[in-house]
Design a protein around this ligand. Structure first.
Ligand SMILES: NC(=O)c1ccc[n+]([C@@H]2O[C@H](COP(=O)([O-])OP(=O)(O)OC[C@H]3O[C@@H](n4cnc5c(N)ncnc54)[C@H](OP(=O)(O)O)[C@@H]3O)[C@@H](O)[C@H]2O)c1
Length: 276
């Protein structure tokens, strides 16, 4: 690749931060972008502020494209990126987007496919880091993780491995036009994953997978009925899709096997996650 900067959106987020680290380790010219820029060469980027787009994209050759939950990829931004010379786009999408009808990410996938640039789509499973950096972290500390998927097996994947795949796709040939299902090395039930977290954290944490318990908990928390029902429908679709198989994308793309959930959890506990 050239010395043109590689722009990483969501550079303070769970995958973006790790993409920045992977590219920096590889000696690449990285431009970190987020609303709260941190570190040398970081720029302010906000989806809702098109004035921030030009400084973000100026002179860039490749782009890691990620939006936070609920925020769509703006077509005008993709157009601006390609128009300003970005030749390679790596999009963070999600596994099961089709079955779960995730229109936001399906639209984003279509945008990068139709962009005219080289593109790679990453469809990861549930991040391991949801348990310590993400939406399950407060639940772990509170002692109960509630996800209405029963005994469904999911190939939880380490965000560091997703980032390593992204860094390879951003910097090396051979990944254009690929849709990568990025999965971990084993498919665990949530009950098994929570048991691992419980053991390494020394906390008593249980898992509840019953949709009725989920509905009752969200109703009690004041969540609008239509939001809860839409979530339950998406989880039901995920369950109909069936158990995940472990994936080989991480090893094929990076040359090293993906981290196990147990390794992730042990490292997180050693760092002091879940001390509350
Ligand atoms: N969690 C999972 O298991 C999972 C699995 C598959 C796919 N995904 C997908 O992964 C994507 C990222 O989700 P995540 O929860 O992991 O988020 P994240 O990347 O950890 O955090 C969001 C990042 O975007 C930045 N950001 C937030 N609002 C912004 C805005 N308005 N304009 C510009 N930047 C903004 C944040 O930094 P600042 O606050 O500094 O701006 C942060 O760097 C989502 O599309 C999600 O659906 C998640």
């Amino acid at each position: 690749m050239t010395e043109q900067p590689i722009v990483v959106l969501g550079a303070t987020g769970r995958t973006g931060r790790r993409v920045v680290q992977a590219l920096a380790r590889d000696g690449r010219h990285v431009r970190s972008a987020s609303r709260t820029p941190r570190g040398p060469g970081a720029v302010r980027f906000a989806w809702e502020d098109p004035a921030s787009w030009e400084p973000t994209l100026s002179g860039a050759g490749a782009l890691y494209l990620v939006t936070p939950d609920g925020v769509p990829v703006d077509p005008a931004f993709v157009e601006a990126a390609v128009g300003r010379g970005v030749r390679r786009l790596v999009l963070l999408s999600s596994g099961a987007v089709e079955e779960m009808g995730d229109q936001r990410l399906l639209d984003a996938e279509r945008l990068v496919r139709d962009s005219g640039a080289e593109w790679t789509v990453l469809r990861p499973g549930w991040f391991d880091q949801n348990f310590d950096e993400g939406f399950f972290a407060p639940a772990v500390v509170a002692g109960e993780v509630l996800v209405p998927v029963g005994e469904l097996r999911q190939a939880f994947v380490d965000a560091t491995d997703i980032a390593a795949v992204a860094a390879a796709a951003l910097t090396r040939g051979g990944h254009a036009g690929q849709v990568y299902e990025v999965r971990g090395p084993e498919a665990l039930t949530f009950a098994e994953a929570v048991a691992v977290v419980s053991r390494v954290s020394g906390r008593s944490v249980r898992f509840t997978g019953d949709p009725e318990a989920y509905r009752a908990a969200l109703t009690a928390a004041g969540r609008p009925v239509e939001v809860t029902e839409a979530e339950l429908a998406a989880f039901a679709a995920l369950c109909r899709r069936g158990d995940d198989e472990p994936g080989d994308v991480v090893e094929r793309v990076t040359g090293r096997p993906p981290a196990s959930f147990a390794d992730y959890a042990a490292a997180a506990a050693a760092r002091g996650a879940w001390r509350g």
